[in-house]
Write a new protein. Structure first.
Length: 215
């Protein structure tokens, strides 16, 4: 699930574009912070609800949780189909949102807010984060252990956004060509990659839920 969240073209391309802007350092760092906060909030809420409802041990509540997990799996399959239909044709790149053209003029608040929305509100990332949080909540681990596992999930899900920021802090303008190459590859290939990942995760969640519900 963390890999699915990490491989998201729009936030990666957005943070790379910020690294070429006038406020590269401050905006990229706040973008990374906003991304992490969004994942913490969406994942943390599910853990809190899961623990309060005791879905790891309560049979009735667990059935409800499995139904939610099933719906998340169906949502991922729907998003996989949508990704496949939106993949760029041969020789063309994926159309990026119009707001990307104004990233150079973004304030620090906008950079933070954009990342928060992309991690906590974006349907694909939200579905994967909720599915991961449900799995953690149903694991039967102690609250402290669940928190550690969620933290690991957030770190893994933030690697692709964090790496360009850290590389830029260390190497500066020397990595501009490399970052541009990454952006171009993601723009052209990510729809297909995301289709495969969403399809695998969607089928996995649906099959696991159906098997558990029919026992």
């Amino acid at each position: 699930m963390a890999i699915g969240v990490a491989i998201s073209p729009v936030p990666i391309i957005a943070v790379i574009l910020m690294l070429f802007s006038k406020k590269a350092k401050s905006n990229s760092l706040l973008f990374l912070l906003g991304w992490i906060v969004g994942l913490m909030l969406s994942g943390g809420i599910i853990l809190i609800l899961g623990n309060s409802l005791d879905i790891a041990t309560n049979k009735e509540t667990s059935t409800g949780a499995l139904l939610v997990k099933l719906l998340l799996g169906v949502l991922l399959l729907f998003l996989a189909i949508k990704q496949w239909k939106s993949r760029p044709k041969e020789g063309k790149d994926l159309a990026m949102p119009k707001w990307m053209k104004s990233i150079d003029s973004f304030s620090s608040t906008k950079a933070f807010g954009l990342a928060f929305l992309l991690s906590a509100v974006n349907p694909k990332n939200l579905a994967l984060t909720l599915a991961a949080a449900f799995a953690i909540a149903q694991s039967g681990l102690t609250t402290s252990s669940q928190t550690i596992v969620l933290a690991i999930f957030i770190v893994l899900a933030s690697i692709t956004v964090g790496i360009p920021v850290l590389i830029n802090l260390v190497a500066g303008s020397r990595v501009e060509n490399m970052l541009t190459t990454w952006k171009a590859w993601l723009t052209h290939n990510n729809a297909t990659v995301m289709f495969i990942l969403l399809l695998i995760f969607g089928i996995s969640l649906v099959s696991q839920s159906v098997q558990a519900l029919t026992r």
